[in-house]
Design a protein around this ligand. Structure first.
Ligand code: GSH
Length: 152
């Protein structure tokens, strides 16, 4: 069975978890505590060259790191990654945009909310991503969506 090294609040690992769920791929989840520095553990570093989650591990011990690479691997053969070369480039284009440009605008407001300082950072949040609420609702309506933190 595939194993996903994850952490409770990692948005990058969350994307992979959503895709695994959406594709119906069974996986074992290993949750690391980033606050305790568990990514620095030598056994984990041997699996993750950048000492970060997510990491997808195969039964033979090989691993894939970087959420975009993991998602491209998992989506192979599914409707989410068509054979057409142009459409595949479109998929890569969106994955690259997400990592290079979108991620910060999503992560900062989330961080402010988690720290309980969203009210005082309201204008900063508005600067980051004015349409974030409506967009998040559309994402949430996708099949296979799972919450980042289950108990919330
Ligand atoms: N570009 C990487 C970023 C991965 C990343 O930044 N992971 C964070 C959690 S979201 C992490 O593991 N940080 C290490 C740590 O905090 O110890 C990806 O998309 O997989």
């Amino acid at each position: 069975m595939l194993r996903l090294y994850d952490s409770r609040l990692s948005g990058n690992a969350w994307k992979v978890r959503i895709l695994l769920t959406q594709l119906g791929i069974p996986f074992e989840r290993v949750t690391l505590d980033l606050a305790k520095g568990e990514t620095a553990d030598p056994a984990f570093r041997a699996k993750s060259r950048f000492a970060r989650v997510p990491v997808l591990e195969f039964e033979d011990g090989r691993t894939i790191v970087e959420s975009a690479a993991i998602m491209l691997f998992l989506a192979e053969g599914s409707a989410l990654l068509p054979d057409d070369r142009y459409l595949r480039a479109e998929v890569t284009s969106w994955l690259t945009f997400e990592q290079a440009d979108l991620l910060r605008a999503l992560a900062l407001p989330r961080f402010y909310h988690m720290r309980g300082i969203a009210d005082q950072m309201a204008s900063r949040i508005a600067d980051c991503f004015p349409s974030i609420g409506a967009w998040l609702q559309r994402v949430k309506a996708q099949p296979g969506w799972v919450p980042l933190v289950e108990e919330v």
